[in-house]
Write a protein that binds this ligand. Structure first.
Ligand SMILES: Nc1ncnc2c1ncn2[C@@H]1O[C@H](COP(=O)(O)OP(=O)(O)O)[C@@H](O)[C@H]1O
Ligand SMILES: O=C(O)[C@@H](O)C(=O)COP(=O)(O)O
Length: 424
């Protein structure tokens, strides 16, 4: 049977977040890393998530990768598609959410979709088109200082409107409260009035379940992982998805453990502080890296002296004022790439040379760099560690590795310890 849903995710942690919600709904899901080649076997699953590292690429590149992923998913037999981006709508006025969604709509010959980054379980809600994180508007949170995609406007109608030529409308809270038919009617009205997109309000999981039922037959849905929570049940009602127990079963992996972090998000900084209370940690200084010091070698020496006795953390993460100063000296993209490269090199050496088989990575871009360096081609999705983050087991590596890819913003303060305790 062909998969029901084909997904294109704009970063690797985002992809596991989406896969986690599909698995929790009972859909057998595999995550593939990068655009699959023509010879890649189509896994026997209900959903495939193609994880790209396209969130912060130039828009034209992100479009090209996303369309290639869509084409592969179409060839694999998928008939419905989902474009997954960040629940904090990480993007700039140049893209990449608008340009990629436009290109996917064009490729599918579709003229309308929704945009809904809501993920209430992690505090992301949308009300009257405005995105909240917890009790604050997005633009009042630390996201306004994000190293790559600072978010300074919470009005998603405006934010997406600056990224696309198509008209952007809104399906409001009260329409969703009125139920499935009201949502469909509002979507039909907007479509008739030549709107290409509707931002979809959603303040809780019930609304996302209602929206999932209402919109499950769109060719393309766009949003965060929350928009997927209503889809498995909608597919079951349509007879597309059979009851599937054990969608999250993966093998257990033994071996040494490490954590690497390149995320500078508030949640990660809190998790590092919590970890440092009881475990060893090494801080990478990007300015020393830039000066040519052997920071990678020092980090590895630090880890090698300790990893046989217990897990170690290597991190580049720093608070906003430090990141700002570093970016002013090195350039935003240059600093990001350099740090990602160093963290990935360290993770690869720990796996290849030191027997690390249980690895936690913090940060979306950072995860992309690490997963690419390790040669991972896919991930089996296991049970959830914290909302938005499942344990996974790698495909394509010489030996399977238990991997948790943590979005910067996700996870409780004790996430690193918990992940190493509960992941397969
Ligand atoms: N100290 C630092 N100074 C500047 N940039 C940094 C520093 N530490 C990490 N970075 C970069 O910041 C970016 C964080 O993005 P990401 O890994 O996606 O984290 P998040 O999931 O929190 O957004 C990466 O490109 C990373 O290399
Ligand atoms: O939707 C989300 O918030 C996450 O799935 C996600 O995409 C996070 O991205 P990073 O913060 O860059 O890890």
């Amino acid at each position: 049977m062909a998969p029901i849903l084909g997904c294109v995710a704009d970063d690797f942690t985002g992809a596991t977040d989406l896969a986690n919600n599909l698995v929790r709904g009972g859909m057998r899901t595999v995550q593939l890393i990068g655009v699959p080649g023509p010879d890649t076997d189509v896994p026997d699953v209900d959903a495939i998530v193609v994880a790209l590292k396209s969130r912060t690429n130039p828009a034209a590149e992100a479009v090209q990768m996303s369309v290639a992923a869509l084409d592969w998913l179409k060839t694999a037999g998928c008939q419905r598609f989902l474009f997954k981006y960040c629940s904090t709508f990480d993007s700039t006025d140049e893209g990449n959410i608008g340009p990629v969604a436009d290109a996917l709509l064009d490729r599918l010959g579709a003229d309308f979709t929704i945009a809904c980054p809501a993920f209430p379980e992690t505090g992301r809600t949308i009300f009257k088109g405005h995105l909240f994180v917890g009790d604050q508007l997005l633009s009042d949170t630390h996201m306004r200082h994000h190293p790559l995609t600072p978010m300074t406007d919470s009005n998603l109608v405006q934010v997406l409107g600056r990224q696309t030529e198509r008209k952007v409308g809104l399906i409001q809270h009260q329409d969703i409260q009125r139920g499935v038919e009201a949502i469909r009617a509002k979507a039909a009205d907007l479509r008739r009035d030549d709107y290409g997109y509707a931002i979809l309000d959603s303040v809780d999981d019930d609304q996302l379940h209602t929206a999932g039922e209402a919109l499950a037959d769109l060719d393309l849905i766009t949003g965060g992982s929350g928009i997927a929570i209503g889809l498995p049940e909608a597919y079951r009602k349509r007879g597309l998805l059979k009851a599937s127990a054990g969608a999250n079963e993966v093998p257990a992996i033994a071996g040494k453990a490490a954590v690497v972090a390149g995320s500078c998000s508030a949640a990660t900084l809190g998790q590092i502080a919590e970890w440092e209370k009881a475990h060893p940690a090494f801080n990478i200084d990007p300015l020393m890296l830039a000066d040519g010091a052997d920071v990678v070698g020092e980090a590895l020496a630090f880890a090698r002296a300790r990893v046989a006795d217990g897990p170690v953390l290597i991190y580049a993460s720093a608070p906003p004022e430090t990141v700002k100063a570093i970016q002013e000296r090195l350039g935003r993209a240059e600093a990001g790439e350099m740090v990602e490269g160093a963290v990935a090199q360290i993770a690869k050496a720990l796996v290849d040379e030191d027997g690390v088989r249980r690895l936690v990575v913090a940060g979306g871009e950072t995860s992309g760099a690490v997963v690419s360096a390790l040669g991972v081609t896919g991930l089996h999705i296991g049970a959830q560690i914290d909302p938005g983050v499942p344990g996974t087991v790698t495909l394509g590596t010489a030996e399977p590795i238990a991997l948790a890819l943590k979005s910067g913003n996700f996870g409780a303060p004790d996430f690193f310890e918990k992940a190493l305790r509960v992941m397969p």
